[in-house]
Ligand binder design. Structure first.
Ligand SMILES: [Zn+2]
Ligand SMILES: [Zn+2]
Ligand SMILES: [Zn+2]
Length: 164
């Protein structure tokens, strides 16, 4: 066994690199410390931390969706490799425009478009991923504006102010 450097820690669940003092993995929401209580149930131990809002949740308030922990409120996010979709559109020049605005605000947006398959495949509960039942019909040819999980809420606030 090679001894790892002091600041070189990996999440056991998803293998993301994490900082030594992290209480949870910002990539998958796994908790690294015991005795963290659910934000909504003070007597119940949290099962994970929502990667979107950073709130610890018990198994009734949140759950693993595609190996990523999300609270009930944010379970509908379309997620892919540490990024969450905050906006979708068909116009590539407007997508670039939105991306530049988010960049100017210090965020790290990423445009994602894929013609064939939706991001979520396999044994996924549609009721969780698609609470509004709106995704599959609209994702074909959609350009998705994605941002890293911790930036999702901020990005949405910026987009809302833009009144797109
Ligand atoms: Zn992880
Ligand atoms: Zn959340
Ligand atoms: Zn709870």
């Amino acid at each position: 066994m090679q001894e790892s450097k002091k600041d070189d820690y990996y999440c056991e669940q998803c293998r993301a690199v994490v900082t030594e003092d992290a209480d949870y993995c910002s990539r998958c929401g796994s908790l690294f410390v015991d005795q963290v209580m659910c934000n909504h149930h003070a007597m119940t131990q949290a099962e994970g931390v929502c990667v979107i809002c950073g709130v610890p949740c018990c198994d009734k308030c949140g759950e693993m969706v595609n190996n990523t922990f999300l609270c009930r409120q944010h379970a509908g996010y379309e997620i892919c490799q540490g990024m969450a979709r905050v906006y979708g559109l068909n116009d590539s020049s407007q997508a670039e425009y939105i991306m530049n605005i988010l960049k100017e605000q210090g965020l790290h947006p990423f445009l994602y478009s894929r013609k064939a398959t939706p991001l979520h495949m396999g044994a996924v509960d549609d009721a969780i991923i698609h609470p509004a039942g709106e995704y599959f019909g609209h994702t074909i040819n959609e350009i998705k504006v994605m941002v890293p999980f911790p930036e999702a809420l901020e990005a949405e606030a910026i987009l809302k102010d833009m009144e797109l």
